[in-house]
Every structure is written in structure tokens, then in C-alpha cells.
Write a protein that binds this ligand. Structure first.
Ligand code: ADP
Ligand code: MG
Length: 697
């Protein structure tokens, strides 16, 4: 059997392959492009393309595709085969440098949020050489950005790369101030922990709601949920273990550093965490991971649910975005250093994050906002919709000491003077025991915990990188002009802590008292997608994001439009699915059971003429009343949703959905679930929660 080190990355055109297959001149220019963003000339591109083609064809590939991430949030590919006719009736395998560098898919069916009206429909894809090409199935996939001919980004990768560049520029300015001249580049890194559910495919196929919406829209509470806490880190069941084994193997072949796997809190819920990578690579790998999870699941007779809230009453799924910044020389800028000097630098970068999160709470919140994630945030299972930072007592006390020029009462009684004193060493070991914080410092990185399980991680990281770039810029502007760097630095850190300490919160984020306190502190609490999304276009946000060239104003408008449109369409599909299931499955089942009970009562009366049949009567009465209610609530839902047709404005639609459609859905669900709990199990038209959640052995 092939050993893991042998097949790891076997389907990736990585550095090992490049070194082995490219002439050294070609390799060096490509390396320069990858590491420093230097322009690639066509002769080099031709040589790289030829090597890629040969490598891919040897591994059975017949097609190539530019692999990109349109604003739908998933990946897109259009396959072209390598074949070209040869004069002798045969074929040759062709793939040119031009085809590698640029592709021209027809962009017209991707959402563009109005950009199409302003710009040409056609778009082009451009190779991202910093993310390795790979073979998936029989296709060579080339990670690419996707833009319109006007240069507007039509995807999630382009702004992500721009935001990484923005942060790089500003972080380098800061490092130069600390006398650091050898660093060429600062990159952000991300390790996204991915949660998911696995359920049986046959049961899935019987549920219209799962098929059409990815979540259950009906379902009475099962006798057992997650209350015993016996699933978390529990022994993995054989079918799931077989799935995980194949998943890992497929991911490893693709160079994805799948590292940790375990059962999660809810029954049937699991998690996979990779080792962190540079952000754009991590984003590509996370998209691949979600895709491969679904593919492998189906080979095992399972379905992988990535929805944020597949089941009411048990935890939903999120994604923890572990984020840091590191230099090309290998220094993690969020790691407290060994010397006073390094510590001053660490504290400055820490302050940059604190200021960024406080100033751009709204952007972070809206970067994770979707109809699905609205079910989680603030529901006592995921962080609240209020953004705050957990630093831990130690670091908080140090910042307070600096702010007040007071002695720090930790291990040593010292007055913190940056650039003179060293932070206590045990800071490095702080582990975060607070799982309720949306944004937690975990020793050498921040863990942003608000992402939904199906979200592309790009959006969150675009906002995070940009906001931190902005605080670094403000810091650099000030410090570059300072006469006395040390004094200015001390003063800047002090002022930053004072100005932004409201965002620091080490307590329990699930506590209702915190929401009140947060409001008193002036923190934002945007509970839903319609509440937060329009703030993307607030003047301060547009100014910041355009000034770092992460987005143009037109791109921002298009994103806002697309995200709200997606919210509305998602919920309308859910409402339609509910109405379908209620009218065509639930009501007929309830009627059938009530009819059977009625016939039983009649039959019994023949045999026992003076039978009271109080059981039958009471059940029939209950079911009759519930059936009426279900019908009425369904009609309510349909007529409420129909009002959306008269609303042209997507923002207006989203408010209406939040205020009227969702409540109407909840009312329908409540009566249908009650009917389920009094209908004989064999009559219920689709698998129940108990069957779905405990059905995989
Ligand atoms: P948890 O206790 O939350 O499971 P882990 O220690 O397992 O935390 O790490 C979670 C993730 O953080 C992993 O994907 C890991 O690779 C990632 N990580 C570690 N260091 C960094 C870093 N410097 N930048 C980004 N992610 C990191
Ligand atoms: Mg975590």
C-alpha cells in the first residue's frame, strides 16, 4: 500500500514538481512570480503550461479548467479538453501559456449584482500562481481570479488577494519602523475548522426540505438530542470512520493538510481542521474540502450537510477562522516575542487588531451574514451577533497597566515600559478556555468564530485583512512622522487601548446580561442579515475599502445587492418548500391517520356497541384542529410571501422577510410539529429527527 508521505500532494503541481520538471531559468522566474508577485512573461508561461500538461496527462487528466469562486459562494469550473487534431487523424495534447494565464468563461449567468448593467457581461479568469494547480478527477484545475473586462472583480478571490496585498503594504511600513529591513513580505495565514453533519442518504432523499434547502423545515423534538453531551469527542462510528478515512486520503492527495477530526456536540455532527496555510490557499483548500466532503459522503451512502442549522434544537455548524500575520522570514507577528523590542512590536500589531475589530465591527458581522447563519449567531450555541474580543485576563491586565501607566501585578511587579520590559513569558502559553467569544486571542493567533459552516472564508478574511491594514496605516502615518519613536509608540499604544477597550470582553458571550452591557458600551448588535448588510455601503466602510483598493464602490454595491438577494431567495425557497410539504405530505398524512382512527372507532362500535371510544375521539379532535391550523398557517405563509412580488427593492424585501415571512414559517412549523407528535409513526411521510440524527451507525 502506498504510504501517506508518498501520495500526499500527488495530485498537486507543487514546488517539488516544478523543481523537477521546469528548467532552472523557468523555475526561477515562476518562483519570483509566486513569492514576489513579479510579472510572468509569455515564454515562461508557455514552458510552465507544457510541463503542467505533461504532468497532468501522465496522471490521466484529459481536461483543464480555470477554477474560480464566483459570488454564488461556491466554485465554478468549465472543462476544456487538451485535444487538438493532428493531420494524420490522431490528436495532440495542447495547453498553451495563454490558456494557463487567462480564460474567458461566459460570465453572463453568474450573479453580478448590477455590475453587468454597468460593465460588459463577459468576464475573464486570471491565474493565481500563488495557489498550486491540481488534478481533480480527470481535470487539471488552475486556481484563478474572475473579473469583468472593466476590471471589476466578479469573484471572492480577487478582493481577498487585494486585501492581503493591502495588509502587506501597511505591515511592512510598521516593520521598517522597528528597523526590520530583511522582511520582503507579510502574509496572513488561516486555519479554518470546518463543522458538518453526516446523515443517511436514503433518509435524506425522503426529505424535500433537505433536498431543496439543506435544512429541515419541520421536525418534532426527538426524545434524545445532545443533552447528555455524549457525542462530543466520542468514538467515531464505523461508517463515519470509513468516510473520514477516504476524505483524508482524497484531501491529502490534493495537498490539503487535513489534520484533526472528531465528533462534535450534536448527534451526527463532526469537525475537520486542517493545518493553517496562507489565506488564499486556505480559502481554496476550504472550498475543495467542502466539495470533497460531499462527494465522498455520497460514495458511502451518506449526505454531508454544510448548512448552518440543519436541525432545530441541536447545535448548528460553524467554521472557526484561526487567523494570524507572518513574515516571509517566518516570524508570527501575533506571537509575543523573547525581547522587549519584539514585545513592543507584538503589542503594536495586537493593538492594530483591537482597533480594527472595534472600528469595523459592522464589516466583520456582515462578512458572515447569511440566511443560514442568522439561525446560529446569538442562539446560545454560537457567539452572539455582537462582535467583541477575548484577550484573556493576563493580556488584558497588561494592556490595562500600560493604559494607566500602573505597575503590572502579574508575576513581577513592573511598570510596563515598552521597549524596556519583557512581557511575562507564560503569556505564550495562554490557552483560551472561553468558547463563547466571537473573536478570541489564542496565544499566537485570533480565532474568529462567527463564520457559518457553508460560508466561503474569503469574505471574513477580506474584511479582517482590510480593517487591520487600515489601523496599521493609521499607526504608520503617525509613527513615521514621530521625532522620538519609542515615546510615540508608548503613547500610541496607550491611546489605542483607551479608545478601544470597550471591544474587549472576557466574560460569557452567551449571557443575556452581556448583550445589555454591550449595548451600554455602544457596541453594535445587528441580529440579522437585513440588519447588517446595508451597512456595507456606509460611508466610512466604502472609504476604507476603496482607499486600500480592496473594492471599488461599484463592487461594494454589487456585493450588497447580491447578499441581500441571496438572503431573500433562500428564504422564499424555504417558504415554498414548507408550503409544498404541508399541503402535499403532512396534511394528507394527518388526514389518513385520522381516517384510520375513525374507521377503527366505527369497527369497534360494531363489536362493542356501548364503547365510548374516548381515545379515538380525542385524537381525531386533536388532529382535526391541527389540520385546520396547518392549512390556515400555510395559506398565511403563502399570502405573506406573495406580497414580496410587489416589492422591487431588495432591501425592502429583506426587511419584510425578516418581519413577516420568517415568523409565518415558524408558526406553520409549530403546528405541523405538534401534529407529528400525535400522529402514528408509520403514517408520518418522511424520516423524523430521531431517525435522521441517530440513523448513521
Ligand atoms: P482548537 O483548540 O480551537 O481546536 P487548535 O490548536 O487545534 O485549536 O488550532 C486550530 C487551528 O488553528 C488549526 O487549523 C491550526 O493550524 C490553526 N493555527 C495555528 N497557528 C496558526 C497561525 N499562526 N495562523 C493561523 N492559524 C493557525
Ligand atoms: Mg476552535
Amino acid at each position: 500500500m502506498e504510504m501517506l508521505p508518498e501520495y500526499f500532494g500527488s495530485m498537486v503541481f507543487d514546488d517539488r514538481v516544478m523543481k523537477a520538471r521546469l528548467k532552472s531559468g523557468v523555475y526561477n522566474s515562476l518562483k519570483k512570480t509566486i513569492d514576489e508577485g513579479a510579472r510572468l512573461d509569455l515564454s515562461v508561461a508557455n514552458a510552465v503550461a507544457a510541463a503542467m500538461r505533461d504532468w497532468a496527462v501522465e496522471r490521466g487528466a484529459t481536461h483543464f479548467t480555470h477554477w474560480f469562486q464566483p459570488l454564488t459562494g461556491i466554485t465554478a469550473e468549465k472543462h476544456d479538453s487538451f485535444i487538438a487534431p493532428a493531420p494524420d487523424g490522431g490528436i495532440i495534447m495542447e495547453f498553451s501559456g495563454k490558456e494557463l494565464i487567462q480564460g474567458e468563461p461566459d460570465a453572463s449567468s453568474f450573479p453580478s449584482g448590477g455590475l453587468r448593467a454597468t460593465f460588459e457581461a463577459r468576464g475573464y479568469t486570471a491565474w493565481d500562481p500563488t495557489s498550486y494547480a491540481f488534478i481533480k478527477g480527470k481535470t487539471l484545475c488552475i486556481p484563478t481570479a474572475f473579473c469583468s473586462y472593466g476590471g471589476e472583480a466578479l469573484d471572492k478571490k480577487t478582493p481577498l488577494l487585494r486585501s492581503m496585498q493591502a495588509l502587506n503594504i501597511q505591515a511592512l511600513r510598521i516593520l521598517r519602523l522597528f528597523g526590520n529591513t530583511d522582511v520582503k513580505c507579510v502574509r496572513t495565514s488561516v486555519g479554518p475548522e470546518q463543522e458538518y453533519f453526516l446523515i443517511d442518504r436514503e433518509m435524506y432523499n425522503k426529505r424535500r426540505d433537505l433536498i431543496f434547502t439543506g435544512r429541515t423545515l419541520f421536525g418534532a423534538e426527538p426524545p434524545k438530542g445532545q443533552e447528555l453531551g455524549d457525542h462530543y469527542f466520542g468514538v467515531v462510528k464505523p461508517r463515519v470512520a470509513a468516510f473520514m478515512e477516504e476524505l483524508n486520503r482524497e484531501l491529502w492527495k490534493l495537498g490539503v493538510l487535513a489534520k484533526t477530526e472528531h465528533n462534535e456536540v450534536a448527534p451526527s455532527q463532526h469537525e475537520l481542521a486542517p493545518i493553517y496555510a496562507t489565506t488564499n490557499v486556505a480559502a481554496d483548500h476550504n472550498q475543495l474540502t467542502m466539495e470533497i466532503m460531499q462527494k465522498v459522503a455520497s460514495k458511502h451512502g451518506l449526505v454531508c450537510l454544510l448548512h448552518e442549522k440543519p436541525f432545530a434544537g441541536v447545535n448548528g455548524s460553524g467554521k472557526h477562522n484561526n487567523w494570524s500575520m507572518a513574515t516571509d522570514t517566518g516570524v508570527n507577528l501575533l506571537s509575543p516575542g523573547e525581547t522587549p523590542y519584539e514585545n513592543a512590536q507584538f503589542l503594536l500589531f495586537l493593538c492594530a487588531v483591537i482597533q480594527a475589530v472595534d472600528d469595523y465591527q459592522d464589516l466583520l458581522r456582515l462578512s458572515v451574514a447569511t440566511a443560514g447563519n442568522d439561525h446560529r449567531l446569538g442562539a446560545h450555541e454560537a457567539p452572539p451577533a455582537v462582535v467583541s474580543i477575548f484577550l484573556g485576563d493576563e493580556l488584558t491586565a497588561i494592556l490595562e497597566a500600560i493604559e494607566n501607566s500602573k505597575p503590572y501585578n502579574g508575576r513581577e511587579q513592573i511598570t510596563m515600559k515598552l521597549g524596556v520590559d519583557t512581557l511575562p513569558r507564560f503569556l505564550r502559553d495562554i490557552t483560551d478556555r472561553n468558547r463563547t467569544s466571537p473573536f478570541a486571542f489564542t496565544g499566537n493567533k485570533f480565532e474568529f468564530r462567527m463564520l457559518g459552516s457553508s460560508n466561503s472564508i474569503s469574505c471574513a478574511n477580506i474584511m479582517l485583512n482590510s480593517a487591520v491594514a487600515e489601523s496599521l496605516k493609521i499607526f504608520a502615518d503617525e509613527l513615521e512622522g514621530a521625532e522620538n519613536f519609542q515615546a510615540a509608540l508608548q503613547d500610541l499604544i496607550k491611546r489605542t487601548v483607551k479608545a478601544h477597550k470597550r471591544i474587549l470582553f472576557n466574560g460569557n458571550g452567551y449571557d443575556d446580561g452581556w448583550i445589555k452591557e454591550a449595548e451600554e458600551r455602544g457596541l453594535l448588535n445587528y441580529r440579522t442579515t437585513p440588519d447588517c448588510m446595508p451597512h456595507l455601503l456606509d460611508e466610512k466602510n466604502v472609504r476604507m475599502l476603496t482607499s486600500h483598493r480592496v473594492y471599488t464602490e461599484a463592487e461594494l454595491k454589487s456585493r450588497c445587492e447580491i447578499m441581500l438577494d441571496n438572503y431573500c431567495k433562500t428564504i422564499v425557497i424555504e417558504a415554498n418548500t414548507m408550503a409544498y410539504m404541508a399541503k402535499r405530505q403532512i396534511l394528507p398524512a394527518v388526514e389518513k391517520y385520522a381516517g384510520a382512527v375513525a374507521r377503527t372507532a366505527k369497527d369497534k362500535a360494531v363489536i362493542v356497541p356501548d364503547a365510548v371510544c374516548s381515545y379515538e375521539k380525542s385524537i381525531i379532535k386533536k388532529l382535526t384542529l391541527l389540520a385546520d391550523q396547518i392549512m390556515m398557517k400555510t395559506e398565511d405563509l403563502e399570502s405573506t410571501a406573495a406580497k414580496l412580488r410587489d416589492m422591487a427593492d431588495v432591501k425592502e424585501q429583506s426587511y419584510f422577510i425578516r418581519d413577516y415571512v420568517l415568523p409565518a414559517m415558524n408558526e406553520l412549523r409549530a403546528v405541523a410539529d405538534e401534529a407529528e407528535s400525535v400522529t402514528a409513526a408509520e403514517y408520518w411521510p418522511f424520516p423524523t429527527y430521531g431517525e435522521l440524527l441517530f440513523g448513521v451507525k
